[in-house]
Each structure stands twice: as structure tokens, then as C-alpha cells.
Design a protein around this ligand. Structure first.
Ligand code: 5PR
Length: 381
């Protein structure tokens, strides 16, 4: 790059995608603002699983030490059908971490601020142009060398530019909770269980009802409660405690905590766009590629694309930027497309219930290293 002036990036959305792109760009020399519509930065949310692909990115952001501090790697991913253990996968050779969403958020926000990113809550982006103009709800506007739409499944940046998209809904969905671990109580109820495991409790017959039990750290437990949208009791919030404890009596204490919070049921869905870029604008995260959570890669793909976008944009001159963004999409998007397809297939078929799913093609994304400069060697031009 020949220019010496500082280039400006304007990012819509202070979620995992936006904060990752912002930090990466700032560390590569850009002047970066992140606009967040909410007047308070979103720190709530339940738990999350990250894999090697996003952990590599967090390494590069200088934030891995913070991330590790309050996260864990369960000794195994256990899958049960009608409470009978199907598999216990130790995921040898796969790097993975569980944590609360709030911990990931604070880790990324700290990294962003330390890198000089300006994070602006209460600043709502309403539209963008391919030429690099961004407009806010208060009527202000600004010029940027790069605009990133990381503003979620209802992205204003995307919709203001009229990107064609397809949305597919699956029949199942989940309600997510963060509750105290209550390990001693669970141990008494079911002494043979290792309650540090991540446990995927499936039931398909007579009723489709599933609890994904994910320890997020020593003290907090992430619960995802799945039922078809067509099951009025199963998808009800606050949860129907009697129903859930009748199927999962060994989880009674933690389900009782979950029942105390309002909860929100999310139907699984997938968004696919014709393209992720136009001119100086690029879309990442749920704005571009919302996916079913079966492989736990929504945030992972968002962070991987945020990193590779920053690298691609930084390497290009101003004049080359639109082409560089297209090339970034051409090279990187297939990984996300395949992950989206696999995640939707698992959501539609419920095949995760068989266990033993974290191997082969299904860990392609987890094993992908978006920070390896040689990762596309051998990929056709
Ligand atoms: N895996 C994870 C997860 O959080 C969910 C699912 C699978 C880690 C729910 O968000 O399939 O629903 C799932």
C-alpha cells in the first residue's frame, strides 16, 4: 500500500463480528468507529462455544489471555438419547472453549478500546452507499474508505443497499439461559455423571425435546432448551417447568433457575445473500450469513470473516478496494457456505442426536485457520 494517510472504517454493529473487525482494522492502522444502535452496549446473552478458527483470531487480536481466564474446555462432548449415553467425544486435536457471551463481549470490547477503536452506543446507522457514505438515524452522515455492515440478521446496511437474500426457517428452535452450575446438587441427583462435560440430552420419541447442557466456567452454566416451534408447551416462555423436569429430572435444580427468567424462543433460520460486498461496503456475521447453531459456528464464522476482511482491505489500495472485497468473498465465503449448509442439515434432520458428529467434514470450520497467510495455497484463482 502506497498511501500514508490514515484510512477510515465505519462499522455498524458492536456485536462479535463488528468488534472483531474493528479491532483487527485498528491494529492494522485504520481509524475505526463502531456504531451501536442500542444505547447500552449489549452485554447480556447466555453462553457460547468457540472453536479453533475464532480462537486463532482472538490470538491475533492480543486477547487470548483475557479470553482463557474465564472460559473452559469441558473434558468431553457427550451425547445422550433418552438419557442413554451414545458417545463421549474428547475432540482430540480440536481446540474449543466454552464461556458466557458476556465474557466474550467484554474480552472483545477491551481489545477494541485498547486498539484505539471508538465505540459509539446510541449511534444508529440507517443506510450506506457503495461509494462509502454512511448515514445515521439523527441525520448525520460520514465518508469512509470502508463500511462494514455487522448489524445482525435485520441489517440496515444490507437492506438499505438492497442486497438480494433468501431466508430459510427450520422447524425447531431454542430458548437460552445462563444459570448457576449447582454441581453438587446435580452430582447427588445423578452421581455417575461427569457434570463438567458438555451434554447434549436428546429425546425424539415420544416427544422432540432436547437440553444442551454447557458448563461455561466454574460457576455458570449455559442451557439451550430445544423444541419444535409447533410444540406450544415445549416452545413456551417462561418455560413450562413441569414439562421440562418431567423429561429431565436430573436437571431439576438448574431448570428451576431457568424458569425464573422470562426467556425468548428463537426459531432456527439461515440467511443466504447473493453477494456480501458492493463497492466499499462489506457485510459480515448474521447480516451476511446467519446460520443454525448446530455446529456452534455463527460467531466463529463471523469472527473469521471479520479478520480476513480486515487483512484483505488493508492489503488493497483505495482504488483496488472493491475488487479486493470481491476477491475476499470469493476465497473466504465457501468455508462459511459449507458450514451454514451443514448446520442447517443438522437442524433439519436432528442427526446430531446420533452423537459422534464432531469429526471429518463437520470440523472443517473448527480446524480452519483464517490467520494463516498460506491457507489458500492450492485454491484455484
Ligand atoms: N450447539 C451449541 C448451541 O449453543 C446450540 C446448538 C448446538 C453450542 C444452541 O444455540 O443446535 O441449538 C443447537
Amino acid at each position: 500500500m502506497s498511501e500514508t494517510r490514515t484510512r477510515r472504517a465505519e462499522i455498524s454493529g458492536a456485536g462479535f463480528a463488528g468488534l472483531t473487525a474493528a479491532t483487527a482494522l485498528a491494529r492494522m492502522g485504520w481509524s475505526v468507529r463502531v456504531h451501536e444502535r442500542a444505547t447500552e452496549l449489549r452485554t447480556e446473552g447466555a453462553g457460547i462455544v468457540l472453536w479453533g478458527n475464532s480462537l486463532q483470531v482472538i490470538d491475533k487480536l492480543g486477547a487470548i489471555h483475557d479470553l482463557m481466564a474465564e472460559s473452559m474446555t469441558p473434558p468431553a462432548y457427550e451425547t445422550r438419547m433418552n438419557n442413554v449415553i451414545q458417545t463421549q467425544e474428547t475432540l482430540e486435536g480440536v481446540r474449543w472453549r466454552t464461556m458466557t457471551r458476556s465474557h466474550l463481549f467484554h474480552t472483545l470490547l477491551t481489545a477494541a478500546r485498547e486498539s484505539g477503536v471508538e465505540v459509539l452506543p446510541g449511534s444508529e446507522v440507517v443506510s450506506a452507499t457503495a461509494e462509502g457514505r454512511i448515514t445515521f438515524a439523527n441525520g448525520d452522515s460520514a465518508e469512509a474508505d470502508l463500511i462494514v455492515g455487522a448489524d445482525g440478521v435485520g441489517s440496515a446496511v444490507r437492506d438499505s443497499l438492497g442486497f438480494p437474500l433468501k431466508r430459510e426457517r427450520s422447524r425447531d428452535g431454542i430458548t437460552r439461559f445462563l444459570v448457576p452450575r449447582r454441581k453438587d446438587e446435580l452430582q447427588k441427583l445423578e452421581p455417575d455423571t461427569n457434570w463438567d462435560h458438555m451434554i447434549d440430552f436428546w429425546n425424539l420419541d415420544p416427544r422432540v425435546i432436547r437440553v444442551l447442557y454447557t458448563p461455561a466456567n466454574e460457576k455458570e452454566l449455559y442451557l439451550a432448551l430445544m423444541a419444535p416451534a409447533s410444540d406450544a408447551e415445549g416452545s413456551r416462555v417462561p418455560i413450562d417447568l413441569e414439562l421440562w423436569t418431567s423429561v429431565f429430572p436430573q436437571l431439576a435444580p438448574v431448570l428451576a433457575d431457568a424458569a425464573k427468567t422470562p426467556g425468548r424462543y428463537y426459531g432456527y433460520q439461515t440467511t443466504r445473500l447473493e453477494s456480501w460486498t458492493t463497492g466499499k461496503v462489506a457485510l459480515i456475521g448474521d447480516a451476511a450469513h446467519a446460520m443454525c447453531p448446530a455446529l456452534a459456528q455463527g460467531a466463529g464464522c463471523a469472527m473469521q470473516n471479520a479478520w480476513t476482511l480486515a487483512v484483505a482491505a488493508t492489503a488493497a489500495s483505495d482504488a483496488e478496494l472493491p475488487d479486493a472485497l470481491r476477491e475476499w468473498e470469493r476465497l473466504e465465503r465457501p468455508y462459511t457456505d459449507r458450514c451454514q449448509d451443514r448446520s442447517q442439515w443438522f437442524a433439519d434432520t436432528r442427526e446430531m442426536s446420533k452423537g459422534g458428529q464432531f469429526s471429518g467434514d463437520n470440523v472443517e470450520t473448527a480446524l480452519y485457520n483464517p490467520t494463516d497467510p498460506r491457507r489458500h495455497e492450492g485454491v484455484a484463482a
